[in-house]
Design a protein. Sequence first.
Length: 120
Amino acid sequence: VKAVGSEPLHRRVASLQPDVHVFGHTHFGWDAEVEGVRYLQAALATPKERTKRMRTLEIGQIRSGPLCLYDEGAFLPRQRAVWSEFYRHTERTPAVVDPAPWVADYYRSRSSRRSRAPPA
């Protein structure tokens, strides 16, 4: 299971050498620099997600609405986001695509419940 990115996308971003790469649809806030490129995601999410997971969605002081990235001729400073902060202190291993144990357990339990359900 791979959550975000791909080798072709990595090669494309590397060839373009942008200052920033804004991405989406990850359902978490992110602002980190990797190999000289600032990667940024300010997830909008659903109201239900915002109620349950605000800590992993927010970026900087932004709790809702768009994030201003560039103003008056300059990029704004890096914003704190839970998962990008985690990877400032924990080595990234993008080649490892196995789900975390708690994620695997969750999907295993869903699968077993589905297989026990009577046919519709």
